[in-house]
Design a protein around this ligand. Structure first.
Ligand code: ATP
Ligand code: MG
Length: 545
């Protein structure tokens, strides 16, 4: 029985133990094998990265970033406290000539709103990248400002960076008419904060840029496996340290065949590990251009406004912040309302519609069954077109075992060249749970041979026999101290050993060893070379597990 010890694993983390770890290894090995046949190579990125990498890639407003990350300060300059100070010092003179009427105001996501007598300046302080969300916030502020003060000039937008931003950031800023200022902060150090990775796509994209992988033949196909960390409320199938197996295809074009092949690969993997009740849901969420998703989001928002009173508080808030996420709602009383909302598939631009149709054809060609689910969405702008989710049976409400989709803008958002991208992440903990619940758990690992020895000569022979048998691939248990044969056979049985090799000093001097087949209670005598041959041929004729 388990005892309460002084130290325990932290809530939301757990020890994976034998025999379960054998199942984990089997799943890992199957992924290596299947992904290898699709031409994917393994990447092992570090487990912690700069916090800002995740903030930029996943979006500062998501639950993951806003409340689920394990972060710690790394001693670098705090952009929040240092940049505004340095900026104000540098520009103090300009304020003083402006009638000294300026005020500072912290609003929503905006760092600083400086009001001078005839001009309002919105200043946003950043390390070197910005999210689309930042731009959207600034835009919205600008709009509401013009509504409130129609007689005043619209506010000037300024993005102040502590490091040279990438070309992409500059373009994004220019497109939204923001000015950029790069400020030298004395003693400035990067890496203000680092975080345990909550997912790995950001790291893979960072590595793609950092190692100039766009120079390699495109697309680059990478997969990873390992622990991820999110400060979530622990429950069955939801942990603070959990494991993902994922893959990304970066670069090249966005041919629908790539989407279909990535999905075919996950489904092949699930099939190979024997996952039951697998259901693939797919959708297209279009792309971020005026004639596509944004137009749909406007329609959705208008439709949601009409039923706002009937929605719960979360959904009501999302009408403003992220209307697409309302479609995600699991609340019973909202389901009938959601069913009446406009559907994105009916509002895709011509190219996205054609791409989606082609992905579906390609899936059919590969014999991959899918269900279209118009409510399957992603909340971030760089996600586009194909999105998919795979569920399996036996994991109650946490039944999503894989999420994936296309994210063509992500590498560029992280400061890299324009790069197509698609990938997925499998929740390995949930995959294992599902396998176990459908009776595919690992059997306790027995031993092939338990060596029951008695006597000094016998011990020397036993040590050598153990070495030879292990070299031949058998699992061998060699008791470290002498045991009476009766006791030794009892232990052999408890360990689930298939054979017991009985070695006493007599057997050794006669060169005739006794092998007992424990389940049947039969025994045979062999010379040492015969024994090895016998065990090998017995193993070869066993059914493969
Ligand atoms: P969910 O909606 O279940 O929270 P998610 O959208 O946060 O999932 P993703 O970020 O897409 O999940 O991660 C992909 C997969 O990783 C999920 O489908 C799930 O199987 C698994 N996963 C995510 N968070 C956890 C967790 N805290 N514990 C165990 N598995 C998780
Ligand atoms: Mg989640």
């Amino acid at each position: 029985m388990a005892t309460k010890s002084k130290f325990q694993a932290i809530r939301g983390t757990r020890d994976l133990l034998p025999p379960e770890t054998a199942l984990w290894n089997h799943v890992d090995q199957t992924a290596h094998a299947v992904f290898g046949t699709f031409g994917f190579g393994e990447i092992r990125p570090p487990i912690f990265e700069e916090t800002e990498l995740f903030g930029s890639a996943i979006g500062a407003e998501t639950d993951i970033i806003s409340k689920e990350m394990f972060s710690w300060p790394e001693g670098g300059t705090s952009v929040e406290s240092e940049l505004p100070k340095v900026w104000m010092l540098k520009h103090l003179g300009e304020f003083e000539t402006a009638n000294r009427e300026y005020v500072f105001e912290n609003r929503q996501q905006l760092d600083l709103v400086v009001r001078q007598s005839d001009q309002t300046l919105v200043v946003e302080f950043k390390r070197r990248t910005i999210n689309q969300a930042t731009i959207d916030d600034i835009r919205q502020y600008r709009r509401s400002f013009s509504e409130r003060f129609p007689e005043q000039k619209p506010p000037k937008l300024l993005l102040v960076f502590a490091e040279e931003p990438s070309e992409f950031v500059r373009k994004l800023a220019a497109a939204n008419e923001a000015e950029i200022e790069v400020l030298h902060v004395p003693g400035y150090e990067t890496r203000e904060s680092v975080s345990l990775r909550p997912e790995a796509t950001a790291s893979v994209c960072r590595a793609y840029i950092e190692h100039g992988m766009q120079q390699l033949p495109q697309p680059v196909k990478l997969y990873y496996m390992g622990p991820m960390f999110r400060r979530e409320r622990p429950q069955k199938g939801r942990y603070r340290q959990f494991y993902q197996i994922g893959a990304e295809v970066l670069g090249g074009n966005d041919a629908p065949a790539i989407d279909a092949e990535v999905i075919e690969m996950v489904m092949t993997f699930f099939d190979r590990v024997g996952l039951s009740g697998v259901e693939l849901n797919i959708n297209s969420i279009g792309h971020n251009a005026p004639d596509c998703r944004p137009a749909y989001v406007q329609k959705l928002k208008a439709a949601l406004e009409l039923v706002k009173d009937k929605l719960g508080a979360d959904s009501q808030r999302r009408i403003e912040t992220n209307p697409l996420r309302v479609l995600d709602s699991k609340l019973d009383h909202e389901q009938a309302i959601i069913a009446t909302l406009p559907r994105i598939a009916d509002h895709l631009c011509a190219e996205c519609a054609a791409h989606y149709a082609a992905v579906k054809r390609q899936l059919e060609l590969r014999g991959v069954f899918f269900k279209e689910n118009w409510r399957l969405v992603r909340g971030l702008d760089y996600y586009m077109r194909t999105t998919f989710e795979i569920t399996a049976k036996g994991i109650d409400s946490q039944n999503a075992v894989c999420g994936g989709g296309r994210y063509d803008g992500l590498v560029e958002l992280l400061g890299g060249p324009p790069t197509k991208g698609i990938g997925f992440a499998i929740g390995e903990d949930r995959l294992i749970l599902s396998l176990q619940e459908s009776g595919k758990g690992a059997a306790p690992q027995g031993r092939d041979v338990y060596i029951a020895w008695m006597g000094e000569h016998a011990y020397a022979a036993a040590v050598h026999a153990a070495k030879d048998l292990r070299n031949a691939g058998f699992s061998v248990e060699l008791p470290p101290t002498e045991l009476k044969f009766g006791k030794a056979l009892e232990r052999a049985d408890k360990l689930g050993s298939r054979y017991a090799l009985i070695l006493g000093d007599n057997e050794v001097s006669e060169g005739s060893w006794t092998l007992k087949t424990l389940a049947e209670g039969t025994q045979q005598k062999f010379t040492e070379p015969e024994l090895l041959e016998f065990l090998k041929s017995a193993k070869a004729s066993e059914p493969r597990s």
